[in-house]
Design a protein around this ligand. Structure first.
Ligand SMILES: Cc1ncc(COP(=O)(O)O)c(C=O)c1O
Length: 462
């Protein structure tokens, strides 16, 4: 390391420590709750993800309404994290609250369908294109089921993913390419999965690498987001999706498109907007307004391939013929009622239009400030999702993110933002608008971003 790099790292360290000290002063009750939580929970909170906020501990939430949350120290935040997309409908949207309240009084789960599910099936096909759907309890579960189906119908073992991807608790996808070598994704520990046997990984946007990987004929499916949203944001190159569809079709490999995050692109996700043709489409998180639920849908050809192995209805085999994926609560009445409310009344065309216009304004102001202050950063916006990245130009793949990303500057931004009353996703620089986001929220973000730019500009650590 050069003396300049060392000095820069020391300055960042000092600024992060100052923000964390401010965070501790501002959040005495959350700090006490965290001390107590660590006595009971394996990683301090009900989910280990909750410990990853940059203040050093999570704030404990009292209430969340629309685009705002209030913590137990009485501090209000504009929420652009929105539960890392789980709350993209906004917090406590009226229609979902009503539907869930009514349904819980009539039964939450019965291992039997309700009539609302019929409406949902038709609506999902109207939005995403005609498909045969299954409901799950999470996007992770939907991805796992989709992979399993791909293996069943192809008889092949491997899943091809792109470096920098995240698809939930899916072992096959916990890999990345670093320094030209394939390894477990940053910070994930080995757990005896033989990735050589089950995974193939290449860089996003590299169609030649995909084609080369498909030659061996052992890849059951390609699992990808339409635009990568979990390693900063990596836009898709022109023509990549068409080429990906062509080469997977030729190789007899199932194409799974994971719309869990890109549902923020519109009512039918990126797939409907750009006419993609996945064999299996997956989504989750916001789809039931925060009630745990995921979906996956097979197109006609893929469904028929599966039905040849496991027929749709066969009463004589009813006790033994299951598909190897689970979900006792999947498709339960409560999740179905919530999903109907979301699709019918919350994530509607007009709601998306409002979310897009706020996202555009937010991205526009951030870009303006970057240009005006000659900061070596950029902003990408797709639909309601904005990513601020501390590198000059858009990455083409995971390697570009690894080379250009500034993790300490991100940590500083996250801690600073929380102290200034703004939540963004704690893992990178993602902001999301929801139907309840207001112009005032967007303006306030601009002011905080400006103050952050000034702080790091004056300290010389942009
Ligand atoms: C693209 C994508 N797919 C799937 C998942 C998994 O979602 P869940 O953790 O809700 O199962 C995530 C989570 O971040 C995701 O970003």
């Amino acid at each position: 390391m050069t003396p300049a790099t060392l000095a820069r790292a020391a300055t960042l360290e000092r600024l992060i420590e100052a923000e964390q000290a401010r965070f501790l002063r501002l959040h005495p009750r959350s700090a006490a709750a965290w001390r107590e939580g660590r006595r009971h929970f394996l990683y301090g909170a009900p989910s280990h993800w909750m410990r990853r906020w940059a203040g050093g501990f999570p704030v404990y939430i009292d209430t969340a309404q629309g685009a705002h949350v209030r913590d137990i120290d009485g501090r209000d935040y504009i929420d652009f994290c929105l539960g890392d997309t789980g709350a993209m409908c906004g917090h406590a949207p009226e229609a979902v609250t009503l539907a869930v309240t009514q349904q819980i009084g009539r039964g939450a789960t019965m291992m039997l369908p309700t009539e609302d599910s019929l409406w949902i099936g038709a609506e999902l096909s109207r939005r995403f294109g005609p498909r045969y759907w299954t409901l799950t309890t999470s996007a992770t579960d939907a991805n796992r089921a989709a992979i399993r189906i791909a293996r069943m119908i192809t008889g092949r073992s491997k899943v091809l993913v792109f470096s920098g991807c995240y698809h939930g608790g899916v072992d096959e996808a916990h890999v990345e390419i670093r320094d030209g070598r394939v390894g477990l994704r940053n910070m994930i520990h080995p757990n005896a999965v033989d990735h050589d046997a089950v995974t193939k990984i290449v860089e996003f946007n590299d169609i030649a690498a995909v084609e080369a990987a498909l030659v061996a004929g052992d890849i059951a499916c390609v699992l990808t987001e339409p635009v990568m949203t979990n390693f900063g944001m990596i836009p898709v190159a022109d023509g990549f999706h068409k080429a990906l569809r062509d080469v997977t079709r030729r190789a007899g490999t199932v194409l799974i498109i994971d719309e869990t995050h890109t549902l923020s692109c519109g009512p039918g996700g990126y797939t409907a907007l750009h006419g993609l043709e996945p064999d299996i489409l997956v989504a989750g998180k916001a789809i039931a307004g925060g009630i745990p639920a995921g979906i996956f849908g097979l197109d006609q050809v893929t469904a028929e391939r599966l039905w040849r192995i496991v027929p749709p209805v066969n009463p004589r085999q009813r006790q033994s013929a299951h598909l190897g994926f689970g979900g006792t609560l999947a498709g339960g009445a409560l999740a179905v009622a919530a999903m109907r409310a979301v699709l019918e009344e919350v994530l509607t065309e007009p709601a998306y239009a409002g979310m897009f216009s706020h996202a555009e304004r937010l991205a526009g102001r951030a870009r303006g400030l970057i240009a005006q202050n000659e900061l070596p950063w950029h902003v990408t916006q797709i639909g309601a999702r904005i990513e601020i990245m501390f590198m000059p130009s858009r990455p083409r793949n995971g390697a570009d993110v690894i080379a250009g990303r500034q993790p300490d500057l991100e940590t500083l931004m996250h801690a600073f933002y929380m102290n200034e009353g703004i939540l963004i996703t704690p893992f990178h620089g993602m902001l999301l608008t929801c139907p309840a986001t207001s112009s005032a929220d967007v303006d306030q973000h601009g002011d905080v971003f400006e103050r952050f730019g000034k702080l790091v500009g004056e300290a010389g650590v942009t």
